[in-house]
Write a protein that binds this ligand. Structure first.
Ligand SMILES: CC(C)(COP(=O)(O)OP(=O)(O)OC[C@H]1O[C@@H](n2cnc3c(N)ncnc32)[C@H](O)[C@@H]1OP(=O)(O)O)[C@@H](O)C(=O)NCCC(=O)NCCS
Length: 150
């Protein structure tokens, strides 16, 4: 595991695309998401104050990432709680899932930022992982739940 660097914007973009299309029954595809305003909202200008994360690597290959960003109230993300609470995203690369990598990444994120939020869409089995790691539901946003670790 290593910290996400300024040069890792492509990993944040890949991770965002994997989370946006988490549901294999209804993928919208990379072109759709790159044109969607949320892509720029979550990845644009990566490396600004409040951005951070970790990359999981195995034998020199990236196998997953967790990243977080602070949003302003007037530019709130789906998992926005307040302006001092970063919102995280997490993705383990396809083919690498179910081996505990996501849990390790999540624990690294909450160790760095004990108060951190996220949003999880209805039906995403990732919610069970978040609950097991101490996140609690604090609200609704679109078709998902806002969860907070504090
Ligand atoms: C969610 C994700 C990051 C979890 O990473 P992972 O390495 O597969 O997870 P781990 O092996 O550490 O932990 C698995 C736990 O996550 C949960 N989980 C996540 N996805 C799951 C799935 N498809 N099926 C069953 N359980 C799942 C379970 O609670 C499981 O716990 P268990 O092993 O005790 O049953 C990964 O599945 C992923 O990248 N999914 C697609 C992107 C995504 O949905 N991101 C989150 C958006 S909110």
């Amino acid at each position: 595991m290593r910290a996400l660097g300024l040069g890792d914007v492509h990993l944040v973009e890949t991770g965002f695309l994997l989370t946006a299309d988490w549901n294999p029954t209804s993928p919208r595809g990379e072109a759709f998401w790159r044109a969607d305003p949320t892509f720029a909202q979550y990845t644009g200008g990566w490396g600004r104050d409040g951005d951070g994360g970790f990359v999981a690597e195995e034998d020199g290959r990236v196998v997953g990432a967790v990243w977080w960003r602070l949003f302003r109230a007037d530019d709130a993300g789906y998992g926005f709680v307040d302006e001092r609470t970063p919102e995280l995203g997490i993705a383990v690369w396809p083919g690498e899932r179910g081996r505990g990598i996501g849990r390790l990444l999540l624990r690294a994120a909450v160790t760095e930022h004990p108060r951190i939020s996220l949003s999880v869409e209805d039906g995403n089995p990732a919610r069970a992982l978040y609950e097991a790691e101490g996140f609690v539901a604090v609200g609704r946003s679109g078709d998902g739940t806002i969860m907070l670790h504090d």
